[in-house]
Design a protein around this ligand. Sequence first.
Ligand SMILES: O=P(O)(O)OC[C@H]1O[C@H](O)[C@H](O)[C@@H](O)[C@@H]1O
Length: 530
Amino acid sequence: MSERRLWERYQKYLCGVESVGLTLDVSRMNFAEDFLERMRGPLDKAFDAMEALEKGAIANPDEQRRVGHYWLRAPELAPEPALTREVQDTIAAVNAFSADVHAGRVKPPTAERFTQVLLVGIGGSALGPQLVADALGGPSVDKLRVSFLDNTDPDGIDRVLATLGDALAQTLTVVISKSGGTKETRNGMVEAERAYTRRGLNFGAHAVAVTGEDSELDRTAKQGKWLRVFPMWDWVGGRTSVLSAVGLLPARLQGLDTEGLLSGARDMDVATRVRDAVKNPAALLALMWFHAGGGRGQKDMVIIPYKDRLMLLSKYLQQLVMESLGKEKDLSGAVVNQGIAVYGNKGSTDQHAYVQQLREGVNNFFATFVEVLKDREGPSLQVEPGTTSGDYLLGFLLGTRRALFEKDRESMTLTVPDVSARTLGALIALYERAVGLYASLVNINAYHQPGVEAGKKAAGVVLQLQRQVVERLRAEPAKAYTAEELARAVGAADEVETVFKVLEHLSANAQPGIQREPGANRFEARFRAS
Ligand SMILES: O=P(O)(O)OC[C@H]1O[C@H](O)[C@H](O)[C@@H](O)[C@@H]1O
């Protein structure tokens, strides 16, 4: 396609949302001229489903739950006045609590003020807050500095706690878990609590929770007389919870513009209810995903924002898209193995990493470039006469886009004016709705995640086996076992590989004192309690 023809397509299909200044350019997606027309029927059905969902229908049939993340930024649209009030009250409570913290009215027992937030959470209870903190925060705006425990990696935990150091006395720990029973988060909380206790600090006086009513975390917080518990509702999915207390509380504490986040999302919601694909960027996105992957997810979604502040966008979208769309069965129960793989980092950095493969390797992706018009606060230095670093950034974006298109690699470009709270709220809302519409196009439930449980259950089995193994070794400290012998001894002969892995791990660590004696080969090594 000639550059002139691309310019015509650009003008013909450019989809803009005036209120937030966002445009979506799909001219470099090779859809046929009649594609949008052909998809009108399925898209209409997707709009119907979305409308029903927004009105409070059970949109998550497996879990018999409503799906109400759109009410978080327009509480007046919630199907019942009680829900409207709950959302409004929670926003007010988040704002009031944050103001109290900033003013020192809520303060740590042994210091003047809280200066740090330590957020403990994982998945939807961390990714959104991380994206918001990184995109909008910085030394000149942060009222409190935010750090994260989002894993059960002991060294990762140590590193974050060591960075906090003495500032732990001024640290407010925010533990976030919708279910309140996620093990990684529980572990992070227990480790954080011990760090406070070691310093003679009362954890409860430094802790708040965001969780569902009467969850394990809710009970822990209440028993431990934590400062506050903010609600999380079953009608908000973890991956769409960033505009509930899950994301609003840490953002507000950090000093970020949470009203901007909400209003940007609200305005995008209004724009993406329009039942016309060329005027609705969420519908257009969903249709382009459908076009690119044949409605089967055959092509990966590569997200490349040319802005450091948006580096976590792809990580955030990875959960939103892949947990929502990656499903074995469709709504009729047929096996469909749907999904779209998402990856990306930032431009132009990625050009020096994997863009080589994008241009010349396997053609199994479509790219989404994110262009930010505003370079920085204030004027820019000229790195060469008449040229700034920001000019280079745009040059690289346009150059890469062209280089890909020359090789028949498709791409879209999202352009936003800046990385403000409003823009970020709008981007979040845009992708939430695109995911919902696409799910309807391919007839799947976007709002459950049945596949996640299998791994959690299997991990539980491993830990149970570990307990048996350690018990057995301790019962006979003089005796050394091979993994094979030990697996048999605990009645789990078939689980010998798991026993072997558990023993290798235990013996590589100081606790609980399992010694490894080398054998004829690594599988003949013997293990004993010391
Ligand atoms: O907020 P939580 O209940 O702790 O859940 C945290 C995360 O873990 C789960 O495994 C789900 O797959 C995610 O959707 C969720 O966001």
